[in-house]
Design a protein around this ligand. Structure first.
Ligand SMILES: Cc1ncc(COP(=O)(O)O)c(C=O)c1O
Length: 421
């Protein structure tokens, strides 16, 4: 590895996935050039095929009106079904265990209605300190809803003093300590802030040993890191599809529910007509019988127009293959890490874990001073990143559309700015 443009270009030339970049629309800079986009952890780029998929839904609506539920290339009645298999491949879940519906936070509340069923003695929820605010609010309001106090019912595991990431041994220790008071472990699979990828299987095993259930918010994990949710015996998970999955703003969310619960009709849940058994749905029965599988948590009719945005991207994932994307992601992120390591040591600190197994495509870089103005400087140079207090710029080289050259330019721009003070 070296810090020359020639090296970066050579890596791009050898990249077997390089053609996928051409399948995306890039925002442009003031001088009309494509921006360097390092924000796929926040909102993925628009695949060029997305417009046709959304247009197809509009056309079917125009042509068939209500008939569009049953007619056309992708009848809306079953449109959401086509995403189950590709999403299942990305997270290691069986198609039956995957459902596409609502949005992440709504789904998390719905699944907690099923999987957070506290008793007087077993009522605590363990989560990581600094979890994404939605997860914290879900946990806080769920315990309140059940008549408990957040300060008693929530256990937060924080990084140790002068550390940024949470040690897994500390999560495990807190699970054991909570013992039979623990109802649920709820963790962000990849931390939105530090980019830390937790050992989902180990945490789940430990939660089960304590007699608790275990679920994950996979917003920053899906399409980013490989997972085997079914084989790891994970109880449930939720994610959004607008980050690495490029499904567009407000894209439909998705859930995974292990088949031991999703195929069991007696699993308690909040219900709507769209989650009722398809075999009898149109008999309009008085009582609810769930559709077998994760679809049994759907409340409402699937959002056809919104789903259109996701279809093109999942086709690209299927063509590229998550294994190949992950292999490129490890090299790309490793290269960016190497380049950042050449910058003045006192100017920045990469707070994302150094081990490739404990992170995905994101490097969170802490700048003790001037982080926000540095992000603005990068933006002026045509490099789109995001900033989170205090002082963290998240840099996300996503393997579907970022290049080694992109990493090189980020490095050069930071180098120029830090040198000039
Ligand atoms: C980790 C994480 N969880 C939850 C959410 C909230 O998702 P939504 O607002 O789509 O429900 C986000 C949004 O960025 C997130 O990053």
């Amino acid at each position: 590895m070296n810090d020359t443009l020639a090296y970066a270009l050579e890596q791009d030339e050898q990249d077997k996935l390089k053609a996928f970049r051409g399948q995306f629309h890039f925002p442009t800079t003031a001088d009309g050039k494509p921006a360097i986009y390092f924000c796929g952890n926040s909102l993925g780029l628009q695949p060029k095929g997305a417009q046709a998929c959304v247009q197809r839904v509009l056309d079917a609506w125009k042509t068939y009106a209500v008939g569009g539920y049953m007619k056309g290339e992708a009848p809306w009645m079953t449109y959401a079904q086509r995403f189950k298999e590709p999403l299942g491949k990305l997270v290691g879940g069986r198609p039956d265990e995957i459902g596409v519906m609502n949005s992440l936070t709504v789904n998390l509340h719905l699944l907690l209605a099923s999987f957070y069923r506290p008793t007087k003695t077993r009522y605590k929820i363990l989560l990581e300190a600094g979890a994404f605010p939605s997860d914290q609010y879900v946990a806080q309001t769920q315990v309140l809803h059940h008549g408990f106090k957040p300060e008693d019912a929530l256990i937060e595991v924080a990084p140790r003093a002068n550390e940024q990431c949470i040690r897994e041994e500390d999560i495990v220790a807190k699970i054991a300590q909570a013992g039979d008071t623990l109802a649920l472990v709820l963790i962000g699979g990849v931390s939105y802030y530090t980019g830390q990828y937790f050992d989902l299987e180990n945490i789940t095993t430990k939660a089960h040993e304590a007699g608790a259930l275990c679920g994950f918010d996979l917003a920053h994990a899906v399409g980013n890191v490989p997972m085997q949710l079914h084989d790891w015996n994970i109880d449930f998970a939720v994610w959004c599809c607008y980050k690495y999955l490029n499904g567009g703003p407000g894209a439909a969310g998705a859930i995974y529910v292990h088949e031991r619960f999703s195929l069991d009709k007696s699993t308690p849940r909040l219900a709507g007509w769209s989650g009722s058994d398809l075999k009898t749905r149109f008999d309009m029965p008085h009582d609810f019988t769930p559709e077998p599988g994760a679809d049994g948590w759907a409340l409402s009719i699937a959002p056809g127009l919104i789903l259109g945005g996701l279809e093109a991207s999942l086709d690209l994932f299927a063509q590229a293959g998550l294994d190949r994307l992950r292999a490129k992601s490890i090299r790309l992120t490793g290269y960016l890490e190497y380049l950042l390591g050449l910058l003045p040591k006192d100017a920045l600190e990469v707070i994302t874990p150094r081990s490739e197994n404990a992170r995905g495509a994101q490097l969170s870089v802490f700048f003790p001073t001037g982080g926000q103005s540095l992000q603005a400087y990068l933006a002026e140079a045509g490099i789109i990143t995001d900033y989170r207090e205090p002082g963290v710029i998240r840099l996300t080289p996503t393997p579907l559309y970022n290049t080694f050259e992109d990493c090189y330019h980020v490095y050069q721009t930071l180098h120029k700015r830090l040198k000039s003070g």
